[in-house]
Design a protein around this ligand. Sequence first.
Ligand SMILES: [Zn+2]
Length: 485
Amino acid sequence: MILYNSLTHSRDEFKPREEGKVSIYTCGPTVYHYAHIGNLRTYMMEDILDRYLRYSGYEVKRVMNITDVGHLTSDGDTGDDKMLKGAKREKKTVMEIAKFYTDAFFADCKKLNIRIPDVIEPATSCIDDFIRVIEALIEKGYAYEAGGNIYFDTSKLESYYAFHDFNEEDLEVGVREGVEADGNKRNRADFVLWFTKSKFDDQELKWQSPWGIGYPGWHIECSCIAMKHLGEYCDIHCGGIDNAFPHHTNEIAQSEAYLGHEWCRHWMHVLHLNTNSGKMSKSSGEFLTVSLLESKGYSPLAYRFFCMQSHYRKSLVFSYENLDNATTAYNKLVAKIAPLLRGDDGAVDAEVFAQLKKRFTDALDNDLNTSLAVTALYDVLKAKTNAATKLAAIRDFEQVLMLGLIDAAAAINAAEDAEAAAKAAAKAAAAAADPEYARIEALVEARTAAKKARDFAEADRIRDLLAAEGITLIDSAKGTEWKRG
Ligand SMILES: [Zn+2]
């Protein structure tokens, strides 16, 4: 499988360290607010990676953190604590906010068919691990204490800027945006591992540490949680592109300084979801959540389909018009699958199935090209083969795509069946209410039989007989109906 690697800037052949097993670390949400649909696009594309590796036969272990402490609004060491900000906004405690938005995040994941990672670990449950690693970093000379805080010393590394795309000028942007530089830092790129001199007097969550009462920086949590559950190596680390710097750069710096060897070889970054006015955010423009889409009548799985139509390494523009188009295409796809379910009785043609499957795996083996994988789905519908083979292919692809196509198609059929049943019930009720019903039905049937036998005299006789009783016959292509009056 070819998977683009942000670290090498190339489309690398993915190979796990241990044959047949893959360890994945995913940066989880900071639970101070709802996730917007741009955040969720990243989790959905990571979900495709996770599911496709499993589908391909790998044993996958995926770990995700929940950031419930230490994440400042700048992603660096400046700005407000996001959790504290959320708690103040809603007049709740930080832990109440964390619980509420963690639950909300997983509820959104469920609606979008995002598989829950094997291990979920909130930062606040690993404080001892953070302290242990920070102590080791100080001992190895990679970290120092200044002004009460512990900083990572980036000058001790041979190279700090792991992803090459970023440099000191990016750091200056943060400074220019009105936040003063931290005078305790020896080097501009240094970052906080542990805060004791908090600028937030009302910081709720604090722990005892060898350096005084305080709380961890954001970056250390991912390194520690990954190492705690995946050991000294991680095969794939993923996240949104905005995590590449400084967050992932800092993760690599501290993990490799601590371990003394390479930590994670393969980095996958998902690009932004934009609106017509720029990058999606929680603070500007309409706050786009899954619930908001639902309230406007959109299915979360149609949004998943919309995301699958584009490649994870391309930024994607969200607009309601684009989502409408995706919804229309999704509904058409489902409508084409529904009749297949009614004819699902033949044997699967193994040769055709293998050809169809190859198109699908070729697409995803090519750097998770989901848009071509969706095209492979259309190829199935166009294929000259029986319903059983088509359905077998769709069910197979759906293990990865998880668009809910079969369920949605079955729902269409169920609605049709319910309508037919309602008609039959109405007829039965009419029969029960009318003592003449069975006799009239028998006469109508006899007339139909006479017409069929070209005995028009008999057919007319029956019609006249019924007309004399005040019964009108209505002939149509579907047969003859009757009514009184
Ligand atoms: Zn992280």
